[in-house]
Design a protein around this ligand. Structure first.
Ligand SMILES: [Cu+2]
Length: 373
């Protein structure tokens, strides 16, 4: 009887994750963490370097994912139309991941956040995920998710980290208070087992993937054309792209104009030189019938061999491509009155980076407002 009681009181081995990893394994894991932090630091540098015009070109970048997104261009159009919100969210996440992983502060949280972030980007940018380089679009997201999983399982933050330094400081303080009876606290690490923690990591990553795919599918493609307002009179707008003799920049004119709600037929006379734009998002979007008339012929996708300029209204999902030395005609049904910003996203800048130099983003030249009254 006393034997059985003794057996029942046999102390169990502590769970393996509460034993310290060998120092060399911890070092390897934390070098991987620092390397990942460096990747995010490079992305942060890309964002803050004014030469890249991350903020001003965000809409264009977001929209470039539209043609390759599984589930349709709705989310890309939404992000392009809400550029401030999305650009700041991505910038803040990038900054957090760079700092947290480099210095090993809130390491575990950073691994979770990083994996969920990559899962959402993977889901929403599926068609372009495997391209490199890509600024903030850090390329191989599955690889990053794998790295975060290794960091979580390997207990990243146990060496060369602020987490470890803070933990040591807390232990020392606790010892000084002579209350070392309880185990030392592990800041930001919960009491749950590694298996439970990793289950949350995997589940959260899958949920993030599902959220990303869900957003892409759920957000409707912006309905510029409804066909429901075609009973009123048709309004006509003539736009011209010509070279400003003062500075040599190509210019849309008029750049700011008003139209009544209802059906509007646009004609763009593009006097600029033809320009080849490899990799352009070339589908016509948001017009009646999803086409434009290029020199009189209906076309749903303009060849990349000549796209001098574009006429985009992100929030309406409108995209029309204007080849140099051509006449383009298209029809839009405007339903809701309001002021809509339009811009050209073709690389027609005259500086060393044609995506980011004038007249790109210059009001009155390659961006302006269309007011629907
Ligand atoms: Cu342009």
């Amino acid at each position: 009887m006393s034997d059985r009681a003794a057996e029942g009181q046999t102390p169990k081995d502590p769970p393996s994750e509460h034993r310290s990893a060998p120092w060399y394994r911890a070092k390897t894991i934390d070098l991987l963490r620092i390397g990942t932090g460096l990747v995010w630091l490079v992305n942060l540098a890309f964002i803050v370097d004014p030469a890249n015009q991350y903020w001003s070109s965000f809409s264009r970048t977001a929209l470039s994912f539209a043609p390759s997104t599984l589930g349709g261009p709705g989310l890309a159009q939404y992000a392009a139309a809400h550029a401030l919100l999305f650009s700041w969210s991505i910038a803040l996440l990038t900054g957090y991941l760079a700092i947290a992983l480099l210095f090993g502060v809130t390491t575990r949280l950073a691994c979770f956040v990083g994996s969920f972030f990559s899962a959402i980007l993977l889901a929403t940018q599926f068609g372009t995920t495997f391209l490199f380089p890509g600024g903030t679009d850090v390329g191989a997201h599955p690889l990053y998710i794998l790295v975060y999983a290794i960091l979580v399982l390997g207990g990243a933050g146990e060496s060369l980290s602020l987490d470890q330094w803070i933990r040591a400081a807390l232990v020392a303080r606790r010892r000084a208070r002579a209350s070392a009876a309880r185990p030392a606290p592990r800041p930001w690490a919960s009491a749950m087992s590694l298996r439970t923690l990793f289950t949350f990591f995997v589940a959260g990553t899958f949920v993030s993937l599902a959220i990303g795919f869900g957003l892409v599918v759920a957000l409707p493609v912006a309905p510029a054309s409804t066909g429901s307002t075609t009973t009123g009179p048709v309004h006509y707008v003539n736009l011209t792209v010509s070279i400003d003799p003062m500075n040599g920049w190509p210019q849309f004119s008029p750049a700011n104009f008003s139209v009544p709600a209802g059906r509007v037929v646009f004609t763009i006379l593009d006097r600029d030189a033809p320009m080849s734009w490899g990799g352009c998002p070339c589908p016509v979007q948001g017009t009646v019938g999803g086409v434009e008339l290029l020199n009189g012929s209906p076309i749903g996708r303009v060849p990349a061999t000549n796209v001098a300029h574009t006429f985009n209204i992100f929030i309406l999902g409108l995209q029309v491509l204007s080849p140099g030395q051509s006449v383009v005609q298209f029809t839009v049904d405007f339903v809701h009155p309001g002021v809509y910003a339009w811009s050209c996203i073709a690389p027609c800048g005259t500086g060393s980076n044609p995506y980011n130099s004038p007249p790109m983003n210059v009001p009155g030249f390659m961006t302006g407002t269309l007011t629907v009254t």
